[in-house]
Design a protein around this ligand. Sequence first.
Ligand SMILES: [Zn+2]
Length: 1019
Amino acid sequence: MTDLPKQYDHSAAQDRWYRFWEERGYFHSEPDPRRKPYTIVIPPPNVTGALHLGHALNNTLQDVLIRQKRMQGFETLWMPGTDHAGIATQAVVERRLLTEEKITRHELGREGLVKRIWDWKEAYEARIIGQLKEMGCSCDWQRTRFTLDPICARAVRHTFFSLFKDELIYRGKRLVNWDTALQTAVSDDEVFHEAVSGHFWYFRYPVIDPKPGEPQHVTIATTRPETMLGDTAVAVHPDPAAALDKAEADLQARLASVPEKEKAALRAQLDDVRGRRETMLDELLKLRDMALDGRTLLLPLLEREIPLIADEWARPELGTGCVKITPAHDPNDYEVGLRRDLPMVNILNLDGTLNENAGPYEGQTVMVSRENVVADLDKLGLLAKTEDRQIDLAHSDRSKTPIEPLLTDQWFVKMDRLAQTAMNAVTDGRVKIIPQRYTKGYLDWLGEKRDWPISRQLWWGHQIPIWYCKTAGEDDLKRAFADRDDVVWHRDEQYDQWLICAREEDLAEDAVPGHELVREQDVLDTWFSSALWPHSTLGWPEQTEELKYYYPTNVLITSRDIISLWVARMVLAGLHNVGEIPFHEVYIHPKILDGYGEGMSKSKGNGVDPIDIIEKFGADSLRFALTYLTTETQDFRMPVDFECPHCRKLIPQTTENRMRPRIKCPECGGRFATQWAEKPEDTQLPRGAVVSDRFEMARNFCNKLWNASRFALMNLDGFTPGAVADEELLVEDRWILSRLSTVTQQVTDYLADYKYADAARTLYDFAWDEFCSFFVEMVKGRLQDESGRPLAQRVLAHTLDTILRLLHPMIPFVTEEVWQLLSSAAPQRGIDAPASAAESIMIAPWPQSDPRRQDPQIEARFARFQDVLRAIRDIRGRQNVPPKQQIEFSVRCDAEVAELLQPMEPYFASMAGAKPSAWGPEVKAPALSANVTLPGIEVFVDLAELIDIEAEIARKKQELEKLDKLIEAKKKKLENKNFVERAPEAVVQKERESLAELEGQHAATMTVLENLGRVRNSA
Ligand SMILES: [Zn+2]
């Protein structure tokens, strides 16, 4: 084997081996009672768009585990699939229809739009699966599911039916977050808040028939004037004096505990509250009495009579002390409305325009009516004043438009009991969340036990399996569905109708003879179907072999954003449907940020497409870098660059240049387009990929491994398999076998604990420093020697084989490429009992650590040896010693270290052209020497014949200067009484010791410098 390319061709290897694995069926899993299952369900990517780098991380981490467990002999299933992502996907497709074809969903109709979304889904699903394959993901593609496919749909129907039957699903009027652009309710988790400039408007509502001495008006303030059209009361506090006392006490308590800089603002508030006792309390008390006496107000513009009520929601310490109550358009007012039994007047149409309840403002948008209401009140003399104000406004995450609170009929899941079961599963340890700190968020969110609004006013999703019937009696229903246990009904008292739920098939309009059934139009929240993912994908509600074998799954690997939205709901749904937790462990991985600490996204221009990384660096480099960066503690930063398509130069991305449609390369002057290119002169330029140089380290590693493997393969000619007896082994063999066993144990343990970065770093250091740089070099000589060759080949082949298997889960392609080459050079290998290698590394057994091989003494010896060897090479380099020239060195160390190092003498000669002259504690520096100091060891190289004296003097002088500065700083610190008296004794002691050490170094350097000076003068 002599003609291996010097560079590893990642793209050819990726195509070749992925196809090979798929053809051999390695990804496919079938229940096998003889083996233990190991199962992961993929967090189904949304079909909204292509995968980004965050997905690449998420899926790499899953594939690393799946590949390792497969090698460990588990029957592994990685269940793939995608999510229909209701609102997100519909929003994307609707936006495209509007911009590209200028049509709305209403023009297209429900069926037409749904068809368009299916087309979109097909295209993006194919793209997503293609991306996962390019990354090397070993999913069982034969089992690919989609949250809207018939199997998942059946699971949704069964779940809805059972919850409805148990009265855990109900329909009710609730104030929801209404997205007027998409015309659907959105959950609290789909809402973000943003401060915008607005106003506080003060309006006067006339009192109807005031008694003598009573005020003629009540003044209220609002940030949303148009909502006054839906007012059904004005409230004043029932005990304003007590409320002011309490407000004052609260402020005083806070004043005592806040930092100094916040105190001024609190003091101003305190003064304001105290002032209110003088200026406002009398009037508020009077209003309170009027409220209790049943006085009413005239709602201006609409001339509607509304009550003045006493309610704690009014806050005498704020605004005018009175508050308008709009129960149908404000969450707090809604609570007051329920409490005080107020009418709930809805003034909005679903598209955000005002409805008939808004009188003359009907048909106007919120913004237009806002201006008109203010102007009209002003004309009537009822606008008291206007103040500027920053307002914290809720926006829909999907359409980015302001949310309107709206009272609508919605479907809900009752959470109290279900949430408790999911909390118990984590508190009693059945489900373990890793890292443990994420447990709190999970428990806190479930602990609120807020009912889950599950209906969405969309067309893309699972249509709710409910039929309404207004006219039938219960006897009619009993007769119509006499022989069916898949139909249940409940009475809807509010609308005086039946709610009929069907589990298996849709009901016909005339399913109840003589009566009309009308299907609910809403669809279910996307999370309703993804909550079932771990069991619906395995065929539930059927008791399939798969469900029995693979469920509960082993681990869920996901990001922290969806712990409550998804993880918590999967736990409660699994417990409800299957009676068992969905997974034993949840591993929450870090997030990838750009170089500025911002999250990556296409909308910022800093998004990185994994395919660009794969093309440039290879899939293995993508995977290895991501694994290497996945520590347990924090998000990681990945500076982002543009890659010039002309000269391949990486140009750092900045917050400024990342928004430009075109970039000029500073290296070659060529221009290229970015994702923002729109004008023809930009779009015709070649596209510059967005990449990160963080993948270079991984690419270099893959190349280093390739080159070391290449060397090994080229030296395996004439390989003969054979068991190796312990006494045959040379010291370097015993060392590498010991290290191999130790590293195998470490990596196995790290992966079991999801310590990805530790596993990757251990393998990186071992494969690069110890195997490639040391061991391969050490055996070079033996490979040329006829008698030493067979043993060296056996150990080399075995070591390479084991390293490949340990690295395979992280870098599957290059390890398979080398494995196949190794198998043609050494088809049977292994040092204890040689055996035929597996036909693919993917199904080769995971290495076993062999404690018998572990030799701490030899590992310690080599660690010292490597340090000293590096020191000698470092000095050779520094002094420009020609490679052929032999040098002499001595090592000052204690007797124990000397004993470790002495047997390595021949290796210093072969690997560094260096011959030791002395070892041990008594060693003195030669008159003229270069030295390197290591912990407990000082290495001297005799420079008598070698040195550039002037350069060495200059270097030592620089060292002295540095030491002088450090010593001066330390002395200053120790002369500082403040420090010496206040710092803990141990800290001061440490500083003293450190000073003594510096002074010692100073003296030693001075001696060297004097020696150098003497040698120069004598020359
Ligand atoms: Zn360029």
